[in-house]
Design a protein around this ligand. Structure first.
Ligand SMILES: *Cc1c(COP(=O)(O)O)cnc(C)c1O
Length: 496
């Protein structure tokens, strides 16, 4: 098989191997790594349709990680998708209200981030070994809640790595916070910051960009890498489950092989839906990709007008993992719809940086026709959670509910009868307060922890292991720092 190479969306680097792209994380020119050509499936869909998740993962990922040996890649896959997931299918598809929910939350932290972050540490370690890197890899992450915990869980006690997570002390849910501060593993560090998510993110970016500091750490045998969704090692594993969902529909007799489906994705950083786009480009029969936003509807505006504008109020919502005004992975889509013109992508990204907005050309906009952008307000989101629950007794979380809401609106408007998959990105147990209040006002006034028990009673299910007794686990991480102290904290952890 020919080796697939990566290049930067801004043109500064090319002919990079997948191992190198994973270790480096982000390109030197600030761009993101993309495959020089999106690979096509190298076999008919028919050959893949009865595979287990692990088998399918190999067949899809080998097209992108072609410098990994079969043994290396299979070893990473088997270490990632094992009993950590509480469902043998890893990502089961369930049908309710004539919609197909792809449940991506059966991993150790109850959010879809586990799908990629349970394998990334193994990919990174294997890649570093292949490249003869002997330095200890330090994963530095800012989180608005879900990424941090999933990265901690993935990297905990992985030899040759340390992971440091910064989260906004007052900007995550009680359950998210407790999930992080009780994290085990000798190589894990969790720090609350007095500031919001943007402060945490900016602090981390500054540390990444501080050459003198990086040099100093390098002399002490450390190198930084990133677990954020800009890393190609997170994007590639996410392509797998869209194929897997499709084949589950074929197996259940809901569609025939070759029929088209729609896919709806609740979107923040544009990573998950970009993976669906890659799946389509590889040959998955997809009609529409529906991008669902919450009140922070930059992407809705973008798909409807061709203008991206981050100059607006940042709204804290009940779907916090989608509260984002700069969707990093959109840069990869821009590059593809600009006919892989790195100069054009660079120009748009520079405009975004200096002016906070940009507009794409009519030719580019023309290529966005397979996308539909929608958004749901918080009130609509709550109403749809209740509506679906009353109708089917199926309970969805606030992020999935944004997607469901956008889909219902789309259906009313278009009458499109194409069968549709919704990416279900979190368990309702992760957002108990918002979900339970949406169902009934009698649940107001309880803590997140008290509502875990009540949710189990409501849906007559056992509480997932990942969250059971979480309020009784010992808190291991108590450090809090100011936003301008982040670098000093990192130095203290690493150098002592
Ligand atoms: C991260 C996240 C999203 C958004 O995914 P992107 O890949 O950033 O678009 C949606 N829902 C949940 C629950 C998440 O954790």
């Amino acid at each position: 098989m020919s080796q697939i190479k990566y290049k930067s969306t801004r043109g500064g680097q090319a002919d990079i191997s997948s191992s190198y792209a994973i270790v480096q994380g982000i390109a030197q020119d600030g761009g993101l790594f993309v495959p020089q050509e999106i690979p096509k499936l190298d076999c008919p869909l028919e050959d893949l349709k009865d595979m287990s998740y692990q088998e399918l993962a190999y067949q899809i990922m080998k097209n992108y990680l072609s410098d990994f040996t079969e043994e290396e890649l299979k070893d990473c896959i088997n270490k990632a998708y094992d009993k950590k997931f509480d469902d043998k299918k890893i990502a089961p598809l369930v049908k309710h209200d004539d919609v197909y929910f792809l449940e991506l939350f059966h991993g150790p932290t109850l959010a879809f981030k586990d799908m990629a972050l349970s394998i990334l540490p193994h990919l990174l370690k294997t890649a570093a070994k292949k490249l003869n890197i002997e330095k200890e890899i330090v994963i530095l992450t800012a989180t608005s809640g879900d990424t941090g915990k999933a990265a901690l869980e993935g990297f905990a006690d992985v030899e040759g790595t340390k992971i440091i997570v910064f989260f906004p002390q007052d900007g995550v849910s009680e359950i998210q916070k407790r999930q992080m501060t009780t994290q085990v593993g000798d190589n894990t560090y969790v720090i609350g910051i007095e500031g919001n998510f943007d402060d945490a993110q900016n602090g981390v970016k500054q540390i990444f960009g501080d050459e003198a500091f990086n040099q100093y750490l390098s002399e002490n045998n450390y190198m930084f890498s990133s677990a954020n969704s800009i890393n190609i090692g997170r994007l590639v594993p996410q392509i797998v489950y869209y194929f897997y969902a499709y084949f589950q529909m074929v197996q259940a007799g809901e569609i025939a092989l070759g029929d088209q489906v729609n896919i709806v994705v609740p979107t923040g950083n544009f990573g998950n839906i970009l993976a669906a786009y890659y799946a389509r480009q590889m040959g998955l029969p997809v009609a529409k990709l529906i991008c669902a936003s919450n009140d922070n509807k930059v992407l809705y505006d973008f798909f409807n007008t061709g203008k991206y504008d981050k100059n607006r109020e940042f709204i804290l919502t009940i779907s916090p993992s989608m509260d984002i005004l700069i969707s990093s992975n959109l840069e990869r889509l821009l590059y593809h719809i600009a006919d892989e013109d790195a100069n054009k992508t660079k120009e748009l990204m520079e405009k975004l940086k200096t002016q906070g907005h940009y507009e794409i050309t009519p030719e580019m906009k023309d290529k966005l026709k397979i996308f539909h952008g929608g958004f749901a307000t918080q009130a609509e989101t709550c109403r749809r959670i209740k509506e679906l629950f009353d109708k089917t007794a199926y309970l969805i979380d606030t992020h999935t509910a944004v997607a469901y809401s956008v889909y219902k609106d789309y259906l009313e408007k278009t009458g499109d009868t194409t069968k549709t998959i919704i990416a279900s990105t979190a368990s309702p147990y992760k957002f108990t307060t918002s979900v339970m209040k949406a169902i009934d006002s009698q649940y107001e006034g309880y803590s997140d922890f008290e509502l875990i028990e009540k949710m189990s009673q409501l849906i007559k299910r056992e509480t997932p292991k990942a969250i059971k007794d979480i309020d009784k686990r010992p808190v291991r991480h108590t450090t809090v720092c100011k936003k301008d102290e982040m670098k000093a904290v990192v130095e203290k952890i690493l150098i002592k």
